[in-house]
Ligand binder design. Structure first.
Ligand SMILES: C[S@@+](CC[C@H](N)C(=O)[O-])C[C@H]1O[C@@H](n2cnc3c(N)ncnc32)[C@H](O)[C@@H]1O
Length: 203
């Protein structure tokens, strides 16, 4: 009998809990560095459920996760909705785990325009980002240039400073019990306007 791809959320084992806590600690330690490498850390399951509700994707929709890690977040947001999940990931082991969840994964680097062009961004319904601020800032103009105007861009934790004042909600964080972080959901059009406005503002 073929086995279903493993689903998330699954309870973390004690070892996974410790690994998660260590990565979260490293993440917070490096937050003030100018351009830290983005380590793997997954969004909490409750946040995945909230994003799924917010996006309300259906069959035929494509959801792209830039830096998809092991794919658990992408799989959880799509769970039972019939949409297609595509990830971009540069860590080959994580990419293989994500494929084990039934996702299509492009192995590549989000800093490379050529690798972004390997993703079906022009027909994506939504894009997920859980990256450091420098990476969000780098990617937003590149996403805006490729996505349909009504596509949604969801960023967990961080916004480009040009959009940080925009609408957001506070949701469960990743680091410790009670940690809260912002969740941003923009359309391509909104991001484009904000970036254009910032470019037009003398300063
Ligand atoms: C914080 S994790 C987010 C994982 C997943 N998106 C989630 O929300 O659960 C960031 C992921 O980005 C990947 N990553 C870091 N730098 C990258 C790069 N330049 N190109 C592609 N992936 C990268 C890491 O390997 C890691 O899996």
């Amino acid at each position: 009998m073929p086995q279903d791809p493993p689903r998330y959320p699954a309870p973390l084992s004690p070892r996974e809990e410790i690994e998660h806590a260590a990565r979260a600690f490293m993440w917070l330690m490096r937050i003030r560095e100018p351009r830290p490498e983005v380590p793997f850390l997954a969004m909490p399951p409750a946040v995945c459920r909230l994003i799924a509700q917010e996006l309300a994707l259906g069959p035929g929709d494509t959801l792209i996760d830039i830096g998809c890690g092991d794919g658990r977040t992408l799989a959880a947001v799509l769970d039972g909705r019939g949409g297609a999940g595509v990830g971009l990931e540069r860590d080959v082991d994580r990419a293989a785990e994500a494929r084990g969840r039934g996702l299509r994964v492009v192995e590549g680097d989000f800093e490379s325009e050529a690798d972004l062009d390997r993703l079906p961004l022009d027909r994506a319904a939504a894009v997920l980002l859980f990256l450091y601020p420098w990476a969000v800032e780098l990617l937003l103009p590149r996403l805006v240039a490729r996505l349909p105007p009504d596509a949604r861009i969801v960023s967990y934790c961080f916004a480009d400073p040009r959009l940080a004042t925009g609408p957001r909600q506070m949701v469960d964080g990743f680091a410790y019990p009670g940690h809260r972080v912002p969740l941003y959901v923009w359309t391509t059009r909104e991001v484009e306007r904000a970036l254009r406005g910032a470019a037009d503002t003398p300063g």
